[in-house]
Design a protein around this ligand. Structure first.
Ligand SMILES: NC(=O)c1ccc[n+]([C@@H]2O[C@H](COP(=O)([O-])OP(=O)(O)OC[C@H]3O[C@@H](n4cnc5c(N)ncnc54)[C@H](OP(=O)(O)O)[C@@H]3O)[C@@H](O)[C@H]2O)c1
Length: 327
């Protein structure tokens, strides 16, 4: 394995804005600090948050430092190991997700400096493009279903927005936790949801179908709002007495409901994904046992990364958009 060159390409932007602010250009190659490894990224995946940050929606957190980068999911090879990092060596095939607020690091790039807790050994049997499609969405789903909703075998779980990145991971992880899963998606994705383990797949756009899912005829222990446009009020009638509504989107309504129901039932919770080495290892075990697989909408070459971001922003991707990082 050769050492990293002093500069290499990355997808970057110098001000907040639309797709026009993005450019693929040479940047200085980062070096690994004591608690980091330097990864030669072979594949990266896109997430809606990359675009929310670029559009300036979280400026209070992301700040005014530029250039900013794109992407948190990665799969690749370790090229440099910080002196404080144990258990990883040059040449190891790794995966993970950056926990990035200011987006001064990004994985749509040839190299990324990654903290030890954000990285783990890749599951056996996955290619780099397959592995890059899982970390952020699977960590989010695992932490929502296992930690916030405490899903137990036999629980009935409804996943709304089930055909996107988070939803496709959530169906499989809910099944792995022993739940009986109902999904909502558009009609074209019903079969995908069933193929991932949904016992019942509903088309939210069919006349009255979305209302039917939450009209109380079915009772769910958990509603996981992967798309993030529902509320506790909307689904309350469909929750069991000790039911939990978990959302991915920090709207005022969700934050207010989560505070209001800190104690008592039914309750609302917001998942805020964390990058944890132990959770990446738990996900690796699910993949290697055949309980979790990536769902990939498309793999695009590095040169077409900006077009890939455009596709993400249509909100119509089935599963993940992955960028293959070549030269
Ligand atoms: N809080 C956290 O820690 C956290 C972590 C990860 C993600 N998120 C958030 O979770 C949300 C989903 O992320 P994602 O990666 O799953 O996004 P995504 O992959 O871009 O989602 C695309 C999916 O959204 C579905 N969709 C589009 N319009 C819909 C509607 N009106 N109702 C229901 N579904 C609709 C589409 O399915 P159909 O074509 O079948 O409708 C499509 O498959 C984003 O807002 C993201 O920022 C939050």
């Amino acid at each position: 394995m050769t050492a990293a060159p002093p500069s290499a390409r990355a997808l970057v932007y110098d001000r907040y804005g639309g797709l026009e602010v993005l450019s693929l250009r040479e940047v200085a190659t980062p070096t690994a600090r004591a608690d980091e490894v330097l990864v030669r990224v072979r594949a990266a995946a896109l997430n809606p948050k990359d675009s929310f940050v670029r559009k300036g929606r979280f400026q209070a957190l992301s700040g005014r430092s530029f250039p900013k980068r794109v992407g948190v999911d990665f799969a690749g090879e370790v090229v440099e190991v910080g002196r404080g990092v144990r258990g990883l060596a040059r040449g190891d095939r790794v995966w993970g997700a950056l926990e990035e607020v200011r987006y001064l690091r990004g994985t749509v790039a040839c190299y990324a400096a990654v903290r030890a807790r954000e990285v783990a050994t890749m599951p056996a049997g996955l290619s780099f493009t397959e592995a890059a499609a899982l970390p952020l969405v699977a960590l989010t789903s695992l932490q929502a279903l296992r930690d916030l909703a405490r899903v137990e075998p036999g629980d009935r779980v409804c996943i709304h927005g089930a055909s996107g990145g988070v939803g496709t991971a959530a169906i499989q992880l809910a099944r792995a936790l022993g739940a009986v899963v109902t999904t909502t998606s558009s009609a074209k994705n019903l079969e995908l949801c069933r193929s991932l383990g949904a016992a019942e797949a509903l088309d939210y756009a069919a006349a009255g179908a979305s209302a039917r899912a939450f009209d109380g005829a079915r009772r769910f222990r958990v509603v996981f709002d992967a798309f993030g446009d529902l509320s506790l009020g909307r689904v309350r009638g469909a929750l069991t007495e000790r039911g939990v509504y978990v959302s991915t989107v920090p709207s005022r309504r969700v934050l207010f409901d989560a505070l209001r129901t800190l104690v008592g039932w039914p309750r609302a919770r917001l998942v805020v994904v964390r990058s944890r080495h132990a959770d990446l290892e738990a996900l690796r075990a699910h993949v290697e046992a055949g309980r979790l697989r990536p769902v990939i909408d498309r793999v695009v070459p590095f040169e077409d990364a900006i077009e890939a971001v455009r596709h993400l922003e249509t909100k119509r991707a089935r599963g993940k958009i992955v960028i293959a990082i070549d030269g």
